[in-house]
Write a protein that binds this ligand. Structure first.
Ligand code: MN
Length: 201
């Protein structure tokens, strides 16, 4: 298995090559500095989750494009052990581990991520593109979700859908790690066609 940082480095380089974007151009499109992009492409630094989203938004591509693809499993396969969660996931910043459960597939229009929030972690998310919807299912909780300006306490097993094209956030103020699944649905025309830079979201 490829380690998450080198997978990200390679995915970013490949996407940039496919689009024929220079580092300068990519910096302008994503709002991430050229220096930082260079470091990520050389696998010298792990971006914060905010940076990861800026890159995905700039390329107008789902964030799972940059995460190690999930292992194909049979219907009887397990969703992965606790160790798997940490080993396969990308630690994007202190306190947050993210991994892809289902990579984005245009046929289905969604990607599904698993996020682990360590105790005390607060993550405020900038709005995603218009029409993006998140479906959050709490696997291990409680944790809190910021929707419409209000923090809601969600116990284990809760399922919440909300429009993610506005500010929202996730936090864990407990003493135990919180785990949630996030199914992110994109509008049908979301993914930018190869070679066509299109508008910046
Ligand atoms: Mn979000």
């Amino acid at each position: 298995m490829q380690d998450p940082a080198s997978y990200l480095a390679q995915a970013l380089k490949e996407l940039r090559t496919r689009r024929a974007w220079s580092l300068d151009q990519t910096a302008r499109k994503t709002g991430v500095s050229k220096a930082m992009l260079g470091q990520i492409e050389r696998a010298e630094s792990s971006p914060t989750i905010a940076t990861l989203w800026k890159i995905a938004n700039g390329f107008q591509t789902p964030v799972s494009s940059f995460l190690t693809p999930p292992v194909e499993m049979s219907v009887n396969g397990s969703i992965g052990s606790d160790t798997d969660r940490y080993v396969r996931g990308l630690t994007v910043e202190p306190g947050i581990v993210v991994r892809s459960l289902f990579s984005y597939d245009a046929r289905f229009g969604f990607e599904m991520l698993e996020l682990v929030l360590l105790p005390g972690t607060v993550r405020l998310s900038e709005p995603h593109a218009a029409g993006v919807t998140e479906h959050v299912v709490i696997i291990s909780g409680p944790m809190e979700l910021l929707v419409d300006g209000r923090w809601n306490v969600l116990p284990k097993g809760s399922a919440v859908r909300f429009a993610a094209d506005r500010p929202h956030g996730y936090r864990n103020l407990t003493m135990h790690p919180a785990i949630f699944h996030n199914l992110i649905h994109y509008p049908a025309d979301y993914e930018e066609s190869v070679g066509d830079p299109g508008p910046i979201p």
